[in-house]
Design a protein around this ligand. Structure first.
Ligand code: GLA
Length: 731
């Protein structure tokens, strides 16, 4: 910290650097450094992101030996035009039809946002058109995270068209680049795929408008100089875009073998008109660098997210019972009260009433075919209103949560008939439905008021609504807004509209816990999580699938945001049958909940649930705030384990799962890499009569547990174990 303060005071006063000479701009964190190079002619190149080498001026005079006819050195923010011919972050068409932009340095500033966050702003300008770009780099010193975005200002004389306007670009130089990214679908989110990049452009993107994180996620990891993904060694750069709309992340390996990564709003069909004097602020792109593998990259992102990004990460969502898979749309007051009783008796802390409670008398929500938009209680199901259920839950000591899907409207609803102009559509084309619903046009401020109003009025339905599950069950098709003059700004404006509603909600309801759900994990991004406390990781609640989904999700997002529920067997999504203990042991590695009809459980199942929930409460702080160490990889290991360790390494919890039968002769071996070798730990297996590990109850040194490891007897497929470790002195 001391060195950081010295460094800052060296950079201050605010106006550092000026046009006219060769110069470097260095953005530093405890273990990483990003260096930009200002050339004599004002071009700003991106010269380094990775390990810290301190004095950036060592790089002054650097030569890449690029031939003059091979374009510019890699720009910090490549604009289309001039001598630049690789992919661009910015592409502008001017009023006179011209298409070139050449950005040159006009100065940079460094300021302190807080004790451990410094902001560097690099200012660029096109001399011919007066277009200005400010590049922001916020350095989070302790977490080794740099958050970057661009602001584009039209200081010219007429409107301009931004044909692309990415948030940020980085350039890396390595022998080879292993890209790890996340693909999937509904009920199969965050599947991990790694590939060595070849020359050309690889793009990961979504143009679905909303529910953008099912098929890809706006995040990645890059392992440098290797073809192998490693948890513990090598240079890794991870990135995530804080944006809930269309995005693209483009990876170009060029003829110099350098990799340029450009991330931001997807420009496809999204040209943005910027009027004279206006500034467009792009979403934030989050980067971290680790010199010791992917594990540290994840821990950096998690620590940064908890401290600087997530909405109120100091409060964890309570353990809960959600009635969706237990009842679907078929419930009434009596059924819900019975569920509340069971939830309370098992020690859960909240009841969440899911879809099906609204639609009034005309369009009661008895199926997904109607009722969205009519947010009045269905009196047939809840004759005494939502308040009766909320009060009942409270009387049993539980908090109360409720489901809404305020961006949507069913064709069969009063809202659809009263406000056809609020529906996303283009005149003359069919308005397609997905799950029998249309999307409301959040570009329109009247719709923003309505959506805010849905949240606001829902909050008035009962005293003490503690939690809102905000769902979003379709994406955009045939984009169009009757409010906008030019639909190419639809994509950007929709997400801005959503965020403006979120902001209003947070002003009025700072304490309510909001879950970001979009048919499961369709809105798992750091943009939404800035306003929502947690996310619904997937509609797939089946435990084996969840091991993979949560593994992928936690490469980028911390466990505190991952709603993770125990459901019934055979699982409703996959048909798979796993033991209750396995289901609990998987769910307990995230934010624990249950999602089933508890009256279908046997007495002994409830007893087990009670025990597992109680023990979870004892180590939940580790899951939510501890450092994650992955002890292997479920894609390659038959048995997979992960552990969370307290920051002072005095406590830890290990979750282990047998995913495949390994035969009679092999047993898993887990080296508990997150421990402190100098401490001694007592290891206790939780929630079992008889432990599967011979060392249960014994004390071992951290160096033994890290170096030799543990070999629990987890032969049978779907066997699982939870070990709790606490440091103590050997007596
Ligand atoms: C989505 C959600 C589910 C559930 C249903 C209700 O699919 O992801 O968890 O809330 O909607 O319709």
């Amino acid at each position: 910290m001391k060195r950081f303060l010295t460094l800052l005071s060296m950079c201050l006063p605010l106006a550092a650097g000026a046009a006219g000479g060769e110069n470097t701009v260095s953005v530093e964190t405890a273990g990483s450094q990003m260096v930009l190079y200002v050339h004599q002619n004002g071009e700003v190149s991106f010269y380094h992101y990775g390990a810290r080498f301190d004095n950036p001026d060592q790089i002054l005079g650097y030569k890449s030996y690029r031939r003059w006819d091979y374009g510019t050195e890699p720009p910090a923010y490549p604009a289309r035009g001039g001598r630049h011919f690789n992919q661009s972050a910015l592409a502008v068409k001017y009023q006179d039809g011209n298409i070139n932009t050449e950005l040159a340095y006009t100065g940079h500033t460094v300021s302190r946002l807080s004790d451990d966050v410094a902001r560097t702003v690099v200012k660029l300008r096109d001399a011919v058109t007066s277009l200005e770009v400010s590049l922001f780099y916020d350095a989070y010193y302790e977490e080794d995270v740099i958050v970057s975005h661009a602001e584009i200002t039209n200081a010219g004389t007429g409107p301009v068209l931004l044909e692309s306007y990415a948030s940020s670009g980085i350039v890396l130089d390595a022998r080879e680049y292993l890209l790890t990214h996340f693909h999937g679908a509904w009920a199969r989110e965050m599947q991990v795929e790694s590939e060595l990049l070849t020359h050309g452009i690889k793009s990961i993107r979504s143009i679905k408008g909303v529910r953008t994180t099912h098929t890809e996620n706006p995040s990645f990891m890059l392992s440098l100089d290797t073809d192998t993904f490693s948890e513990e060694s090598g240079d890794v750069i991870a990135g995530a875009l804080a944006w809930s709309g269309n995005y693209s992340m483009d990876f170009q390996v060029d003829e110099t073998n350098r990799l340029s990564v450009i991330s931001g709003v997807c420009p496809d069909g999204a040209a943005y008109r910027l009027d004279k004097g206006m500034t467009l602020q792009t979403p934030e792109m989050i980067y971290t660098y680790s010199g010791s593998g992917a594990g540290q990259a994840s821990r950096n992102l998690h620590a940064w997210a908890r401290k600087h990004c997530l909405y109120n990460s100091s409060s964890v969502a309570p353990t809960l019972l959600n009635n969706w898979e237990g009842t679907y749309f078929k419930f009434n007051e009596e059924i819900l009260k019975g569920i509340v009783d069971d939830a309370a008796s098992m020690g859960l802390e909240m009841f969440v009433m899911d879809d099906g409670w609204f639609g009034g008398t005309d369009y009661p929500r008895n199926a997904s075919t109607q009722g969205l938009g009519d947010w009045q209680v269905d009196p047939a199901k809840l004759p005494h209103g939502v308040g009766a259920i909320a009060d009942y839950a409270h009387s049993k000591g539980l908090k109360f949560g409720i489901w809404i899907e305020p961006e949507m409207v069913s064709p069969d609803s009063h809202l659809a008939k009263e406000h056809p102009d609020w529906i996303v559509r283009e005149d003359g084309r069919e308005v397609t439905t997905i799950r029998s619903q249309w999307l409301l046009d959040l570009c329109n401020p009247e719709v923003q008021d309505f959506v805010f109003g849905v949240f606001d009025s829902t909050m008035q339905l009962a005293d003490g609504i503690d939690y809102v599950k905000w769902d979003c069950n379709r994406h955009v098709e045939s984009a169009g807004s009757s409010y906008l003059k030019d639909n190419s700004s639809f994509w950007f404006d929709y997400t801005q509209g959503l965020y403006s509603v979120y902001r209003r909600i947070r002003e009025k309801y700072p304490d309510v816990i909001v879950q970001s759900c979009a048919s499961g994990g369709g809105r798992m991004d750091y943009g939404a999580l800035h306003y929502c406390n947690e996310a619904w990781t997937s509609d797939n609640t089946e435990a084996v699938s969840r091991v993979f989904i949560q593994y992928g999700t936690n490469l980028i997002y911390p466990a505190i945001v991952c709603g993770s529920h125990v459901s019934a067997v055979p699982n409703h999504q996959t048909g798979n049958v796993t033991p209750l203990k396995f289901r609990f042991d998987v769910a307990c590695s995230g934010r624990l909940g249950m999602e089933l009809q508890p009256s279908d459980m046997t007495g002994s199942e409830k007893d087990f649930a009670r025990k597992a929930i109680e023990s979870y409460k004892g180590y939940r702080d580790l899951v939510c705030y501890g450092d994650l160490y992955r002890l292997g990889n479920p894609y390659s290991d038959d048995c997979y384990a992960l552990m969370y360790v307290s920051p002072d390494k005095s406590r830890a919890v290990v979750f282990a799962y047998t995913l495949k039968f390994m035969g009679r002769t092999r047993r898993p071996l887990f080296r508990l890499s997150g421990l402190d070798g100098g401490k001694s730990y007592r290891i206790t297996e939780l929630n079992v009569e008889k432990s599967c590990f011979w060392g249960h109850g014994k004390v071992f040194t951290g160096s033994y547990l890290k170096g030799h490891g543990i070999n629990p007897n987890m032969e049978k497929v779907y066997s699982s174990a939870v070990f709790y470790l606490e440091a103590e002195h050997i007596d």
